[in-house]
Design a protein around this ligand. Structure first.
Ligand SMILES: Nc1ncnc2c1ncn2[C@@H]1O[C@H](COP(=O)(O)OP(=O)(O)OP(=O)(O)O)[C@@H](O)[C@H]1O
Ligand SMILES: [Mg+2]
Length: 236
């Protein structure tokens, strides 16, 4: 089933929205707009009645998350708790290992039967130190752990969005790009000495999409695309 992204132009670029259930990676360097894009999508979905959960992996306080958000026009205090649950995983849970994370997700996220979930940011899973049987967690096990976690989200019919601290220049070779169904990267370019922000869809399993870099700005209304054509004219 297709579900709207609920950010203007994104559904055109994705040729009809996101597939639900599926996993979507929003990657980019710091300050490129990952959190803003995810939360804009979440608040707009919640406004239309969808149940959502935002999981901060950065041990941020709920107050700080709300403070950072409150200048945006899509922010609506009434939706918090009623439609959008905000949870923050403590770094202790991650350090305790893979089983502790599963337990946390089941208890704080899946139990509420949300329709959409944002995990901000996925890289924190790279810090898992031990397994449930208290032996060291090896790097090669990360992929299986994530696949098992995503399967749970899939079985619960959840549209999962996660941010990734992966610069645009590294996205093609990042292990995370292979795990997710859809990969969207945010970056900055300089054209005629003027810097600008861009969004590029790298892949969407099971669907076509509009390729290329799409310029946007971040305003009080969140993401605003400058121009995006469904069939961009090839260079030359
Ligand atoms: N109301 C606003 N108007 C214009 N720009 C804004 C506004 N609020 C935030 N920004 C800008 O949006 C940018 C992106 O912020 P965001 O937190 O979404 O990025 P991020 O990719 O999640 O960063 P990080 O990797 O540090 O978590 C920031 O550089 C900030 O300057
Ligand atoms: Mg962020």
């Amino acid at each position: 089933m297709r579900k709207p992204f609920y950010v203007t132009k994104m559904d055109i670029l994705l040729h009809g929205g996101l597939i639900k259930p599926s996993s979507v990676l929003i990657a980019g360097s710091c300050g490129t707009g990952k959190t803003t894009l995810c939360l804009q999508s979440l608040f707009n979905a919640a406004k239309l009645g969808e149940k959502c959960v935002y999981v901060s992996m950065l041990s941020e306080s709920r107050d700080k998350i709300i403070r950072d958000l409150s200048s945006f026009s899509f922010y609506n205090e009434k939706l918090i708790d009623e439609k959008i649950k905000i949870v923050s995983i403590n770094s202790d849970v991650v350090a305790k290992g893979d089983f502790a994370i599963f337990e946390y997700m089941n208890e704080n996220v899946l139990k509420d039967k949300p329709s959409r979930v944002v995990i901000d940011t996925i890289n924190i899973f790279e810090d898992i130190e031990s397994t449930f049987d208290e032996r060291p967690f090896h790097k090669f096990e990360l992929r299986y752990f994530i696949q098992n976690l995503f399967q749970e989200f899939d079985e619960n019919d959840i549209l999962l969005m996660a941010t990734g601290e992966i610069p645009a220049s590294n996205i093609q070779s990042s292990i995370w790009s292979y795990i997710f169904d859809t990969v969207i990267v945010l970056g900055t370019d300089i054209e005629e000495q003027i810097p600008h922000r861009y969004l590029e869809i790298i892949k969407e399993r099971g669907s076509d999409f509009t390729m290329g870099k799409h310029k946007f700005t971040i305003t009080d209304d969140g993401f605003v695309f400058l121009n995006c054509q469904r069939n961009p004219v090839p260079p030359g």
